[in-house]
Every structure is written in structure tokens, then in C-alpha cells.
Design a protein around this ligand. Structure first.
Ligand SMILES: [Zn+2]
Length: 246
């Protein structure tokens, strides 16, 4: 199973060196970034220059600090599909290279880029909830964690686990009814519970969840999805032959 490349999803990114995100249309890592516009905020260079000049006759390059928003398009080199991207842009001074450094923190992708591959066997009801979680990852990690919990609910629906008031009861029911049928069940159940807890944490008031925590959730989810819907799960293949042994 391919590992999730977390550094592709941890902000900020250097503007001239964006990660090779996968195209949501053809799933190749072939998106290239084309900037459309930068919108300056009141912290623009000219504004800050003026401010410093008012108080000092000297101007140093490290006074450059620019915040604003950006709008761009990611274009796929292979299928020519396009993805809208926007977020925050910042220019700082790079002391090592003695030049300005421009970084981007995206908050929006449309259509959303995928944080892990969703294989063709995943039912649409589950897939839709996963893509909803991908969509919110950049903007609101608490809301994203909540969507990951919704994916767990959708998996329980798909596995026809009876409707119960609480998700932990549904996961227990799923474990009970599948004890002889699913390989890796103990691990799957543990990961489902972990994502239920991450989702709950996102719903409670308190410290907002970090991107790292949400990526933990996605990594657990990716494993569950591959175990339950993956075509090439070696454990399941082995289990099939093992159960036929003389
Ligand atoms: Zn493409």
C-alpha cells in the first residue's frame, strides 16, 4: 500500500516550488500552477515602506513583509483539466539567500485535490463523504475531522450495520457481525474508533485541531478503505487461500 505523502499537504509552500499534487480528474501528479492574481492587503510593501520611512531615514530589505491573498489555476499537463486554487500569500526576507521569499497557504481547491487515492471499488456514498473531507481540509480542520467521522458513518451504512444512536455502538456491532468474514478486522475496528474520536474532538469547543492530527485521521482512513475495498489486499487474498487449506 502506498504511503501518504504528508509533506504535500503541510502549509506553507514556496510559491515557485509547489508540490506535485495529483489531478483530481486523471489522478496523475501533473498539476502545474498558474497565478491569476495577487491581492494586496493593507500590509503591502508600499504601505510598510511608507510607515518605516516616516519613522526612520533608513530602509532595510528585511523590512519587506507582505501579506495578501492569491487566486490561481492548477492546470493538468496530461488531461488539461483545471483546478481553481486560492489562499493567503506572504513575502518574507530570506536571510540565507538574501532575497525575498514568497510562500502560499492554500485554503481552497475546486474541484478538491485528493489527499489519498480512492480506489474504484469504494462505493459512491463513501467516496462522496471522503471528497467532502478533502474539500474542508485546507479551510477548517475541525470541520474536516467531522467529515472524516461522517465517512465512518457512511462505511457503517454500506456494511449494513443497523442504525443506532451512537457511532461507537455501530462500530461494535460491525465488529461482532464480521468477526469471521473480514481480514484485519481488529486493526480496522481500532482505526474506525480512532477516527470517531478525532471527529468528536473536532466537534468540541477547545483547541482547534491541527493539520497533522487531521492527516493522522486521513492516514487511518486510507488504511481502512484499502482493507475494506482494496482489490489487492494481500491479507484478504491470503485469507481466501488459507481458509481453503486441507
Ligand atoms: Zn489530469
Amino acid at each position: 500500500m502506498a504511503k501518504m505523502q504528508r509533506n504535500k499537504f503541510i502549509c506553507p509552500f514556496t510559491a515557485g516550488k509547489l508540490p506535485r499534487w495529483k489531478c483530481p480528474n486523471c489522478e496523475n501528479p501533473s498539476l502545474i500552477y498558474l497565478e491569476v492574481e495577487s491581492l494586496e492587503s493593507t500590509n503591502s510593501i508600499s504601505f510598510r515602506k511608507e510607515l518605516y520611512k516616516r519613522h526612520s531615514s533608513e530602509w532595510y530589505p528585511d523590512m519587506i513583509r507582505w501579506y495578501g491573498t492569491f487566486i490561481g489555476v492548477l492546470k493538468c499537463k496530461i488531461c488539461l483539466g483545471q483546478v481553481a486554487i486560492s489562499g493567503y500569500k506572504k513575502i518574507d526576507w530570506d536571510y540565507e539567500k538574501y532575497s525575498p521569499i514568497e510562500t502560499l497557504t492554500p485554503t481552497y481547491f475546486n474541484p478538491p485535490i485528493h489527499i489519498f487515492d480512492i480506489n474504484g471499488e469504494v462505493p459512491n456514498s463513501v467516496r462522496t463523504e471522503i471528497v467532502n473531507a478533502f474539500k474542508l481540509y485546507w479551510l477548517d480542520q475541525d470541520a474536516c475531522a467531522n467529515k472524516i467521522r461522517r465517512v465512518v458513518e457512511a462505511i457503517m451504512d454500506d456494511k449494513v450495520v443497523i442504525e443506532k444512536h451512537r457511532l461507537d455502538q455501530r462500530i461494535k456491532e460491525f465488529e461482532k457481525t464480521n468477526s469471521e468474514k473480514i481480514a484485519n478486522l481488529e486493526k480496522i475496528v481500532k482505526y474506525l474508533h480512532a477516527n470517531r474520536v478525532i471527529g468528536n474532538d473536532g466537534s468540541h469547543h477547545g483547541k482547534p485541531l491541527t493539520k497533522e492530527i487531521v492527516l493522522d485521521g486521513f492516514e487511518l482512513l486510507m488504511s481502512v478503505i484499502n482493507d475494506l475495498y482494496g482489490k489487492d489486499n494481500l491479507e484478504q487474498i491470503a485469507e481466501r487461500y488459507y481458509s481453503q487449506k486441507a
